[in-house]
Structures are given as C-alpha cells and as structure tokens.
Design a protein around this ligand. Structure first.
Ligand SMILES: Nc1nc2c(ncn2[C@@H]2O[C@H](COP(=O)(O)OP(=O)(O)OP(=O)(O)O)[C@@H](O)[C@H]2O)c(=O)[nH]1
Length: 339
C-alpha cells in the first residue's frame, strides 16, 4: 500500500527513467549510425535528443510536475519517430516503433492524456506509413494496409483496456485502504489524509475546524453480555446514527475499537459542542434493537479546535484525547471541550 491515499505515480517515474536511459543510448547509437548513412538532419536530431534525455533523467527523479516533463519528453520523441519514418532512405521497420506509442503513452500519462497523445501520433504514423511505403506505384497494397491498421487499432485497444482496469483497481484499493471494514466509515488513515485538506480550507477561508473523539461507554459489557456479534451490530448502529446526523462536509471515521472521530468544518466550537451534546442525548434514547433485546448505548467525547489547541492532527488528537479521558473520569456519557 502507498502509505498515502493518493494515486501512486512512482511506477510512472520508474518507467520514465527507464525510457530516458534507453533513449539516451538509442539516440547516441542511431545518431552515429545515421551520420554514417548520410542522414545528417536525422542524426543531429537523435544526438541532441539523446543528450536532452540525459538532462531529463536528473529532473524526473524528483519533480512534482511529472506529467509536464513527460509531455516535454514524449512530444519530440514521437515527432522524431514520425520524421524518421518519413525521411528518404528510411526503413519500413521503423513502424514497429510506432506501435509502441500507445503502450508508452498510457503507461506514462494514464488513460485520458495517454489516449489523446497515442491517438494523434498513431494516426499520423499510419498515414505516413501509407504515403511512404504502401503506394509507391500508385496502387495500395491492401493486405499490408489492413495489417498496419489492425495492428495499430489492437495496440490502442489493449493499452486502453489495460490502463482502464489498472486505474479502476487502483481506485478500489485506495477506497479499501481508507475504509473501516466493519462499519464502512472512513478509517484513521483516511481521516489523517482529509485533515490536511480541511486544514488548508480552514486557513484559506479563516473558518474553524473542530476534532471530536468519541468513545462508547462500557462497550466491553455489551460484548461480554450479548456476544461479540452484537457488539459489532452496536458499532454499526452507532456508525449509522452519526452518519445520518452530521453534515456532508464533516468527516466521520472509526478510529479503531469502540472509538470514533468527527472532523467538523466551518462551525464555531460552541455550535459543535451543542450539536455533539444533542447527539449524545439522542443516542441514549435510540437503543440498538435486536431480536430479543434493546441495548442502550452512550458515549463520552473530547473536543479540540484548530489554532487554539494545536496546528496539526497530532496536537489536536492529544488535546481531544486528554479531554475524552476527563469525560470518562467525570462519570462518562458527557462531552468535555476545554481543560
Ligand atoms: N464487537 C467488537 N468489539 C470490539 C471491537 N474492537 C474492540 N472491541 C472491544 O471493545 C472493548 C473496549 O473495552 P474497553 O477499552 O475496556 O472500554 P469500555 O468497556 O468501553 O470502557 P470505557 O471506554 O472505559 O467506558 C473491548 O472489549 C474490545 O474487545 C470490534 O470491532 N467489535
């Protein structure tokens, strides 16, 4: 897993570096070869581009603008390919390189950008191939033409389907990595990720941000008395209860065990305290109903606000946790928002 719930672009960086290394050696090799063959403009292009690849190799290792640099690399790379296919004395075998365009584009740029870049250049490649090699005497070699068109379409389709599935699987894995399996709520990792986004928003718009830690009271008794399965039902009951009562802009997460957290955005601390205290009373009056019993559930809560209690998640968690501990010590089923 990535450790961060964001799309992993490391594989693109690795592929890019491999390609740049190949381009450097390829550029030097074909540059020298074409010098001997008398194809001076092409040779110069290849040598310059080989040296440029060496320069890019250093940049792509750390750049945050990987897509931009990938385009800066690929546009001339594919253009030189087209030129190499077009120049006099060129070999028809260069078309084999044109067929790598979809794979390279999709691997390095993903589905959307990969599609457009590959579609444009493979179309140019097929057209140039037809002009250059398939109509020398004015008649079209139909079998060859169909082969070229089919192989180009197949490469496009395979690359597209592969990348689409890969992206969907990656998205699914990211969702799973950020979800608590029992309740379907966000987990601690997702809350940490979203906290940074909420904090940036709060700072930019000068709005409050409050973290609430909630811990169910005497939850062990529910497990002991009714069994672990009913304990699980109680956790799902509480998750649904909160989910239906918080705003869409707030984030509810299960922190593990019988502990939950809510990140409340753009609401003053006093309003958050009132809201959480209402929820506390309401949950007490909304028991879990099973086939044979009604189980009353209560919680204790500790709250902390951005700025006043700290500037990062660790500090807010520390303050909220200390207050949650106070709430437990005060007899449970209550909310503590200050020391
Ligand atoms: N059913 C179920 N129980 C869990 C799960 N995760 C943790 N627990 C139980 O939650 C209980 C937590 O017990 P304690 O930490 O003693 O807390 P408590 O009984 O709620 O007491 P206070 O928090 O002090 O009010 C333990 O019995 C854990 O086994 C879970 O996913 N499902």
């Amino acid at each position: 897993m990535t450790g961060q719930l964001v799309q992993n672009v490391q594989h693109r960086r690795d592929v890019m570096r491999l390609l740049l290394s190949i381009t450097f050696f390829g550029g030097m090799f074909f540059g020298v070869l074409n010098l001997y063959r008398g194809l001076l403009p092409l040779a110069v292009l290849e040598l310059v581009y080989g040296a440029f690849s060496l320069y890019l190799l250093r940049i792509v290792k750390h750049t945050p603008d990987l897509k931009k640099w990938t385009l800066i690399y690929l546009l001339p790379f594919f253009s030189i390919m087209m030129y190499a296919l077009y120049v006099p004395n060129s070999s028809s075998s260069i078309f084999a390189w044109v067929l790598t365009i979809p794979v390279i584009s999709y691997l390095l740029l993903g589905r959307r950008w990969g599609f457009w870049l590959a579609a444009v250049y493979i179309t140019i490649g097929v057209v140039v191939y037809h002009i250059k090699f398939l109509s020398d005497d004015g008649t079209l070699n139909l079998a060859l033409s169909v082969n070229v068109l089919l192989s180009a379409c197949l490469m496009m389709t395979f690359a597209h389907v592969y990348e689409k599935n890969r992206e969907q699987n990656e998205q699914r894995l990211l969702e799973l990595a950020g979800t608590d399996r029992l309740t379907g709520l966000a987990n601690r990792m997702k809350l940490s990720e979203d906290f940074n986004r909420c904090r940036s928003f709060a700072r930019r718009h000068q709005t409050p941000l409050t973290l609430i830690l909630l811990d169910l009271d005497y939850f062990k008794n529910i497990n002991d008395q009714y069994g672990h399965h009913v304990g699980d039902l109680a956790l799902c009951h509480v998750a649904d209860f909160f989910q239906q009562r918080i705003r869409k802009s707030d984030l509810l997460a299960r922190f593990g065990g019988e502990e939950f957290a809510i990140l409340m955005t753009a609401a003053e601390l006093a309003d958050c305290v009132m809201h959480i205290d209402q929820l506390r009373q309401e949950l007490q009056q909304t028991p879990l109903v099973t086939d044979s019993q009604q189980i009353t559930i209560t919680f204790s809560a500790g709250m902390a606000s951005l700025g006043k209690d700290g500037d990062d998640l660790q500090q807010l968690l520390h303050s909220a946790d200390t207050r949650l501990y106070q709430a437990k010590n005060n007899g449970r089923n209550c909310v503590v928002y200050k020391d």
